[in-house]
Design a protein around this ligand. Sequence first.
Ligand code: NAD
Length: 492
Amino acid sequence: MPLNGKMLNYLAGEWISSNASDLLSVLNPATGEVLGEVPLSSANELDMAAGAAEAALEDWRRTPAVERVQYLFKLKFLMQDHFEDLARTITMECGKTLDESRGELQRAIENIEIACGIPLLMQGYNSEDIARGIDEIMIRQPIGVAAVIAPFNFPGMIPFWFMPYAVACGNTYIVKPSEKVPLTMQKIFGLIDQCGFPKGVLNLVNGAKDTVDAILDHPAIRAISFVGSTPVARYVYSRAAANGKRAQCQGGAKNPIIVLPDADMETSTRIIADSAFGCAGQRCLAASLAIPVGEAVTPFTQFIVESATSRVVGYGLDDGVQMGPVITKQSKSRIEGWIDSGSNEGAELLVDGRNAVIPGYEKGNFVRPTVINGVPPDGMVARTEIFGPVLGLMPVDTVDQAIALVNSGKYGNMACLFTSNGASARKFRYEVKAGNIGINIGVAAPMAFFPFSGWKDSFFGDMHGQGLDAVEFFTQKKVVIERWPKEWSRRF
Ligand code: NAD
């Protein structure tokens, strides 16, 4: 656990202080307070983690699945026992409100629960007598050492889209959290330590790009799960694939939401505002473009402006706060730069969240909810992932125009529709090119027993995180064909 504020690595069941000379400060984005320091671990330190994971592999894969999941049951209960402390840690280092932190932790725990079903989920299948005296069997075996490279925006949840399934399937594992938010995993590994996993089954390495490159190049690591921005996802996917590894890489997003005139306008707007401004817009499933159609344009615009203006912004640990800060000063100025661009592209700034100062938190990285109307479809604001509390409005006349706009984007993480008409909903579900679809839902985040299904530039790979896709990803199939002629059996 942090030693004098410095994050530790966890290798082969021991807490180890990194000898990296590069250290970054971990800052509370609301207060500017220094929460600790994170080392940027070297390739050598990653090699030690991979070595520990490799050494643990043979015994772990031979441990029966029903025994492997007992450690996960313990982890689930420990995480529930420490739920509030973990949620507060997420808020302190990541900035979201306490309720948002609780929500992400809950989903982390749900993924452990689903992975505990691995004795059933990783079963193979067989066919007897595919020819005379010949049987064919498909068995699933673990792929080996695997690793996750995580982003900053869900420090408690995202590693759990992968890690519980990986170890339940008999793999050994390395977690590389985002260097911006290393505290939550530090605490979760404190709980993992108490579960008594055999040494080397789960390892934690702090670091940034060089650590990632060492993961991508390490010959013992067979599978990589990445979640982060699209340029890095593309890079990780290509380098992992070039090194012969299995990879699943979730990237960025620009999520459109269509609002039809027959939607319940007040409720829909409240849900859409939660999607756009919740987690300060730093969610890969945040609504960032709203496309009101025809008669929805006027009431939707009016309601969303009210919602954006009245949102309570502040420190996520304070009561009544509905939106926290963005992660860094650089993010704040990048987001404000995009708001400037909106004006420069001819759009109208209906609610301007720039230059926000929250009394008592003057050092925080706050941007207030922002609404930009008439964003040109081919402009940079419509095309770029801003990753902040900024909603662009693109009014159109027909559903077909709205769907065409949705499908013109390069990302495909999520698309949503608000309507009371089943036929419009079905058309939308059928025609829209995105992997996670919401009908009257603002954040279409699949439950742990469904895959998290981004498409296009939001995902590189074949098998997604969570549920059965994760089982598929963390196992390799082996097919056995056996001949046992009757006359041989008769000998016994
Ligand atoms: P990021 O791409 O900057 O960092 C993600 C991880 O990659 C971190 O662990 C970081 O250390 C590492 N990294 C950063 N730059 C690297 C480089 N050049 N080479 C190798 N490794 C590098 O992402 P972020 O800012 O931490 O997270 C926000 C992004 O993540 C947004 O784009 C968001 O949409 C995306 N995201 C996507 C999903 C999804 O499910 N599709 C979920 C959450 C976040």
